[in-house]
Design a protein around this ligand. Structure first.
Ligand SMILES: Cc1cc2nc3c(=O)[nH]c(=O)nc-3n(C[C@H](O)[C@H](O)[C@H](O)COP(=O)(O)O)c2cc1C
Length: 200
């Protein structure tokens, strides 16, 4: 699969098959994050891969928005939940020591997570980035020292839904479900966001 094809094909996936993800696949995602661009090559990020059966329900329990406006998290069946997570940790001490523009950490996280999502896509996995989660619960679960801040987590598993990418109409970016339960994800048109040699 070419990179552009993977980029177009990737949608956030929240319904998964009841099938475990091989650890080697998860490790490859983090290996891709490891070599992502990093402002001044600071590399303040670390990763916790979570695939232990006993940990998965506790991770899902920490998610506060799952699907947002699209579907409620309550009652999400066990067999359709993510089968793995990668928690991205920001080393706040290292970040401070290395100074620089603190906004760069957010960009670092973005580059790293996108690398993971694209490798996941290539290997047949679905993924969903989650920032609406209870960081205290996750920190407690892994006894994460204070100097690390859980930034985002990526939920992973074999996809059991096929959300549709569509062009935004009527000015709304709201995702919606059709009567077959298929999720539609409107994206702004290229002509509305691309400004050639002038702005707007
Ligand atoms: C920074 C960031 C945070 C997100 N947090 C959540 C989240 O907490 N819960 C969730 O269900 N989806 C989350 N998402 C997924 C978005 O809802 C999703 O990317 C968006 O609806 C567009 O869909 P697409 O990824 O299929 O293009 C997040 C995405 C990003 C980039």
């Amino acid at each position: 699969m070419g990179i552009y094809e993977a980029i177009l094909k990737r949608r956030s996936i929240r319904e998964f098959k009841n099938k475990a993800v091989p650890y080697s696949v998860l490790e490859k995602c983090v290996a891709a994050a490891r070599v992502a661009p990093s402002a001044a090559n600071r590399q303040v990020l670390e990763y916790i891969v979570v695939d232990g059966e006993a940990l998965l329900p506790r991770m899902f329990d920490a998610v506060s928005i799952w699907g947002g406006v699209v579907r409620p998290q309550e009652g999400w069946p066990d067999g359709r939940r993510p089968r793995a997570y990668v928690v991205v940790l920001i080393n706040k001490v290292l970040e401070t020591e290395l100074k620089g523009d603190s906004r760069n950490t957010g960009y670092d996280v973005g580059f790293a997570v996108e690398n993971m999502t694209l490798v996941a896509e290539e290997l047949g996995l679905g993924s969903c980035g989650i920032t609406s989660f209870n960081r205290g619960k996750v920190a407690e679960l892994f006894q994460i020292p204070d100097k690390y801040e859980p930034g985002i987590m990526l939920a992973l598993g074999y996809p059991d839904e096929s959300p549709v990418l569509e062009t935004m109409t009527g000015g709304s970016t709201k995702r919606w479900l059709d009567d077959k339960g298929q999720r539609h994800v409107p994206k702004r048109e290229l002509k509305d966001i691309l400004h050639k040699n002038r702005f707007p």
